[in-house]
Design a protein around this ligand. Sequence first.
Ligand code: GLU
Length: 530
Amino acid sequence: MDYQLLADLLFPNVTETPADIEAKYPPRQLPEGAKVTRFAPSPTGFVHFGGLFPSTIGERLAHQSGGVFYLRIEDTDAKREVEGAAEGLIHTLAHYGVKFDEGAVIGENGCICDKGIYGPYKQSERGPIYHVFAKQLVTEGKAYPVFTTQAELDALNAVDKKAEIKAKDWHEDQSAQREAMLKAREITIDEVKENLAAGNPFVLRLLADGDPEKKVPFTDLIKGKLEIPENDEDFVLLKSDGIPTYHFAHAVDDHLMGTTHVIRGEEWLPSLAKHIMLFRYLGFRLPKYMHIAQIMRLDENGNKKKLSKRDMGANMDDYSRMGYAPACVCEYIMTLLNSNYEEWHMQNPDKPYTEFPFNIKKMSSSGCLFDFNKLNDVSKNIISRMSAEEVTQQVTEWALRYDPEFGAHLANNPAFTTAIFAIGRGGKKPRKDLATWADAKPYMGFFFDCKQEDEYPEQFDRSDIKTALEKFRASYDHADDMNAWFEKIKAVAREIGYADDMKAYKADPTSYRGNIADVSMFLRVAVTGK
Ligand code: GLU
């Protein structure tokens, strides 16, 4: 087979060589040990909690080592792409402190543009680059076309929408498929010419030289030492529309963009053998890989389940709505990522999490358990250490958006609001009442007369409550001191047949309708709603 001729037939318009492309992507000049990481989402919708994980790791590893963290948009699957998703993603990540040095950014006109010299950072704009490397592989006899008719293609697309991971057409090592693959490899130049003349589309497949009986040792930075069976599947590099698969695109991009560490979900682990082969074929140095386990949650029965898209807490927008401060979410993520984070934090309560020496070795290889209770604990601690001014500012901002009526009270009375949040703040043991900004209203709404429904315990006679409140109001004098005031409550208790003394009540509970503590509670609920 004349591979050069084959390559020229398949890619008549590609005139550049890999060397021409490489010249445009000079090696990065970074200090020794600096890591180059990227977040490479397919913008198909909202930012998932599980997406904040790899991005936080990438951000920490790069910035902790004096390296570069960049954003690449993997938008090669037009069918799955959602309009505006990339912009939303950038905003959401920034909200949680994940900021990129380079890559796709939002420009002044509000649209995505490139920052940095290793772009374009949107895969949909890198078509010609992939084709140069694809042509090279054909020239070297490492890739070949498989033609199909448009009708066959339509039928295939109808069943197999997610062609990349899920494609089963060649994956299963059934002998018929293997035979078809081996036969497809035998395509002749004349057949190629005929197909091209007929306008038939082709996919480009890699010619795999692996033997699955043989295992390659591989060290994943999270999973540890693995044995990967060699790849023997002629997987697709370019789809019939010329668009690369994830496998091919990420190899070309991570190489050209100088990525040193790939941090991605463990769902890619089964594809690793393909990637190892592809990097070898392309003559690229393999980056280090970190495959992160799925985030789990406990279901109602206490069983571990994957945190799925629809679960509460999966969508990062939920956290804003529920009123979680970004700093709390970030700290919580750190506790999930590194087992020693909490200990460090206890020793360094005033340092930001960015000063924590994040360590890959302290990551769990089996996946983290997402738990709202834990998040709330972390959150209460952090908020308890914030200044009253800061709490006021954040609660007001949140409430103006999500509870405008309450928000208006706070915004109109900032000094009063700050004074309320100052109660029990500061000192060694600050109050830990708030886990979210949404907790503020039930906690202090009564100061503004926008308390929740009054909640009197069921067991008390409603008329007892009403009489007690009326009597107390009739006797109330603002000039009373604490003792005079309490004497009046005692009097109210006696008048409605409640014990005015706890000792007496405990000695003979059946002769009273209730006691002084109950009457005090009626008043407390009447005033605060709680
Ligand atoms: N676009 C891929 C995904 O969203 C990226 C995986 C990777 O980071 O390499 O799963």
